[in-house]
Every structure is written in C-alpha cells, then in structure tokens.
Ligand binder design. Structure first.
Ligand code: SF4
Ligand code: SF4
Length: 515
C-alpha cells in the first residue's frame, strides 16, 4: 500500500541538501554485542543529572536502575548489561564536546542477565493515563530525535494544555542520518504501538505520522502496518524532503499549516510532537518491560569501512561500535556525533553512545576553515532561514553583545539549523555566534535568578528582624503601662526583672528555610 499525500503548509526557507543516506541503508539493522565495558553518563537528557543509587564494587543486572532522576526535569539511567560497577568518575562525553562528565562504569560479565520485571506486563489500555505517565517516567525514556527532553515530563507538561493531536516525527531531514528510516522499515509495529500508548496517556483521538518523501520504503512499510492495525485515528502524511522540515515548529507548520508562536511550544497550538524512535522506546518499555538501554544509531561516512545502522547498548564506546561495523578506513580524519549540520565534533572515540546519539559520522576530510569576510548584505541568509529571522542583523547584535536587540529580533527562536551558514558567501560563522549569544543570555538569566533569590532572602531576613524589634518594643511598652498601673515597690521589681532579662545571654534563633 502506498502512502497517500495531503495538502500541506509551506515551510519558509530551508535547503535541499544531498541526502547521503544510501550507503547506511543498504543492510538491515545489525545488533552490536555486549562490550567489555559500559560507560553511562549521569546526564543524557535535558535537565539535572541523575544521582547514582549504586556503589563501586556492586554487581548489577541488565535493566537495573543505577541512577535515579533528580528533580522535576531529569531521567533515570539503567544498566545496559550485567556486571560490576568499577568506577563512578568523569569520562569524556559527546554532549559536552568531549569534555569529561560524571559517568558510571560497568565491567560487563558477558552473561547479560536481566532483572526480574517489577510488575507483570499488563495491557496498557487497562492503566489509567496518569499512572501510565508515571510508568513512562520510570523507563528513562527521553526524546530520541536530538532534544533529549525527558519524555514523561514533556507529556505531563503537554497535558496541561488543550491538545488536539499527537504528531509523530519520522522526518529525518539531516544528511547521512538514517536510523529512524531503518526503524520504520523494520519495526513499524513498535512505532505504531508506541503511538497508541502515547495517545492513551494523553487521551488523544488523532495522530499524524510525518515521513519525508525520499523514504519510500519507510512510507510503504508504515502504510502497510497502519492498514494491518486498522486504527482510523492514525494518519500517515508524506512531507517534502527539505532541511529542516523535521524541526518541531517547522513540522507543525507543514502538517497543520499553523505557526507555533514566537517563544512558544507546539502545545500552544494543540499539538504534542514525539520522535518515532521515542515512540518505539515507549512501546519496548511499556509492552516488553525493557527500559531505554539501547538505541539504533547510524554509523556512516567514508571514514568507516561498512556504513550501516546498529542497535547498540547505551554506554558502549564509539570505538567498540565502529570496530563492530568493520573499523575505520585509512581516510578517517574527523568524527562528528550527530549529523553534519547540527552534530558535535569529538576528538576521541572513547566517548560512549548516549540516548541522544543518532549518528556517528566519520569523515575523510576536515571542513576547511575559510577566511571570514565582511557582510555584503546579500540577504541570502534571511531567504533560507526557516524561522524567518534576519541572521545578518542578529549577527551584529551578537557581536555588539546587545541582549535587548537580540531578544527583540527573535534570537531565542533560532533553531540552530545552520542553513544561514551554508549559504553565506562571506563565510561568516553565523550559527556559532548565535549559539554563544544564547549561552550568554542563559548565563545572564541564571545570574538574575540567583540575584533575585538573594534579594528575597535579604528581604525576608529584614522583615523578620523588624517583626522581632516591634515585638520587643510592644513588650516594653506593655511593661511601662503595667508599671504605671502598679505601685512604686512593684516598679522597682519590674525594672530589676527587665534588667536581668536584657543582660541574659540570647538563645540562637533557628534559621528559616529562606536563609
Ligand atoms: S541557524 Fe538560526 S538564524 Fe540561521 S537559518 Fe537556522 S534558524 Fe535561521
Ligand atoms: S548571507 Fe552572509 S553576506 Fe549575505 S547578508 Fe547574510 S551574513 Fe551578510
């Protein structure tokens, strides 16, 4: 069965980029073996780091909780195989440009023994939506499309808005990356199963599944699976192959022809977006009892001998994964974790695969650093910007460190797609300057929040002191009034009592939480 097409909204700007996906989609998804060692970062998600609940020397089983979520925005981490905890220490990770971050290191025993499932798997339809959201929270599931926002928290937040539909994002628009394409080709049933669970958890009756037009096999397979499922609430939509149509706001515009407001979220226009890989991970956790301990990732580029898609355990080092696929070629020069447009360059393959790693790109040449020249006001960057920004103006405001103007001109809406960089004839590093400017604004916001907390603490302390002074003055006034009412002998005694009270050592007052 072929995928039907529908009237779609139009995306502003964007680029038609060479896809470069054929090499990695030639073979079926391969499963990497259990490595000797697993390195599991405590921060694999947006929000605060998980805190370890195991100690060095402890043995753990596959699927066992080893670090629990910390705070409102966080996600737990589970052991990807059985073995012994040999270290909890900083290790180079890809999310911080290869800088070290705290990780739990497991020496695998090779037995791959799994924990007993805490609860028998029950049909998800019998679970109340709120309980289902709580259960998703325990599976350590985060958005696998790149944003790595903890899924349960995103759904809970979405649940506070009037929602109309779920939008499954199967638009893998960045060149080279093909893991979602292969997942839809081989596990369409898991993707649709996850979509049904997410709809139940949110009480939704409509789901659109968006897939790019150049993924003909995935489109066919998803259409067949939908036909088998015969769930009229789910609709497959084919979208044009243009970068970055897979951005959340861009996809909402394409599918529903509505704009997500500046600084807003898709939930503001009745939609919650989830990646197809995330939906499959939800299915594996709720229906098979497997927390997020593995993912499909694309290993590609002319620096690897055999480009392919691999299901590997979270925590496997990139070196182990590349070795499994057949190793490097003698042309390997540069490694990027993620795609060529938004990925991060790393200088070591000791970094582990994390929940966000959708691609390991090993290139044979380093991108040349071209001399930056002055802006010639050609306007090309504005033509391709999918968010309808004026990158050339933003660049000047970033250069001048003008936070007010940057905000007024929508810096916060920049999705860091890199389209402006690609077309700039003056080789101006626009996206890098926007990233830095955003980081500065976030730092300033943090500083302001810290100053505001300090101000509130100071005010609370002053208010408490004022109240204590007033109470003491009231007591003195009352004593004086009582003295006037009493005789001269009693006055003498009162004065003595008051003097003794004032000279007695003061008891330390307990500090309140605002201190
Ligand atoms: S990086 Fe930002 S400014 Fe540049 S094209 Fe993309 S969204 Fe627009
Ligand atoms: S594309 Fe480059 S040169 Fe042209 S207006 Fe934008 S920043 Fe200036």
């Amino acid at each position: 069965m072929s995928a039907p097409t529908y009237d779609l909204g139009k995306l502003h700007g964007g680029l038609r980029l060479p896809a470069e996906k054929m090499k990695s989609t030639a073979a079926a998804i391969q499963t990497a073996p259990v490595p000797k060692q697993l390195v599991l970062p405590l921060t694999q998600h947006a929000g605060s780091a998980a805190h370890p609940v195991v100690g060095i020397g402890e043995t753990v089983l596959k699927g066992q909780l080893i670090a629990d979520s910390d705070g409102i925005l966080s996600a737990p981490v589970h052991a990807s195989s059985s073995g012994k905890i040999v270290a909890i220490e900083p290790w180079p990770v890809s999310r911080r440009y290869g800088e070290p971050a705290p990780c739990i290191v497991i020496e695998c025993d090779g037995r791959d023994e799994a924990v007993e499932l805490a609860e028998a798997i029950v049909p998800y339809e019998t679970i109340e939506p709120d309980s289902l959201l709580q259960k998703i929270l325990q599976g350590g599931i985060v958005g696998l499309g790149g944003a790595v926002f903890p899924t349960a928290q995103k759904l809970m937040q979405a649940n506070t808005s009037p929602l109309e539909y779920l939008l499954l994002n199967g638009v893998e628009c960045e060149p080279y990356i093909s893991c979602d394409d292969m997942l839809m080709r081989e596990h369409a049933d898991e993707v649709l199963g996850g979509a049904s669970i997410l709809m139940h958890a949110l009480g939704l009756q409509k789901c659109y599944i968006a897939v790019e037009s150049d993924k003909s096999q995935a489109l066919r397979r998803m259409a067949d699976a939908l036909s088998d499922l015969d769930d009229k609430r789910m609709v497959l939509k084919q979208v044009p192959t243009i970068y970055p149509s897979g951005g959340e706001d861009q996809l909402v515009k394409l599918i529903a022809n509505v704009e997500v407001p500046s600084g807003g979220l898709p939930t503001d226009v009745g939609c919650v977006v989830q990646n197809v890989g995330t939906a499959a991970a939800v299915y594996r956790w709720i229906c098979l009892g497997e927390p997020l301990i593995s993912r499909v990732t694309t290993v590609t580029g002319d620096g690897v001998a055999n480009p392919m898609n691999v299901r590997a355990r979270i925590g496997t080092t990139i070196a182990d994964i590349v070795e499994f696929t057949g190793g490097y070629t003698d042309r390997a020069k540069q490694m990027i974790i993620g795609g060529p447009m938004t990925g991060k360059s790393v200088t070591t393959d000791r970094v582990p695969l994390v929940k966000a790693t959708n691609c390991i790109l090993v290139a044979s040449h380093l991108a040349p650093i071209l001399d930056e020249r002055p802006c010639i006001r050609c306007g090309e960057c504005a033509v391709v910007c999918p968010v309808v920004l004026q990158p050339q103006e933003l660049y000047w405001f970033a250069w001048a460190d003008d936070e007010v103007k940057l905000r007024q001109h929508g810096l916060i809406d920049c999705i860091e797609c890199g389209c402006c960089d690609m077309v700039c004839p003056s080789h101006i590093p626009l996206m890098a300057s926007f990233r830095q400017a955003k980081a500065r604004i976030h730092e300033l916001e943090d500083e302001k929040a810290r100053a505001e907390r300090a101000r509130r603490r100071f005010e609370a302390r002053s208010m408490r002191r004022d109240m204590e002074d007033k109470k003491r003055q009231d007591e003195l006034a009352e004593q004086k009034r009582a003295a006037v009412r009493a005789g001269p002998a009693d006055i003498q005694e009162m004065v003595e009592r008051s003097r003794r009270k004032d000279s007695a050592p003061k008891a330390r007052t307990k500090k309140g939480p605002e201190d």
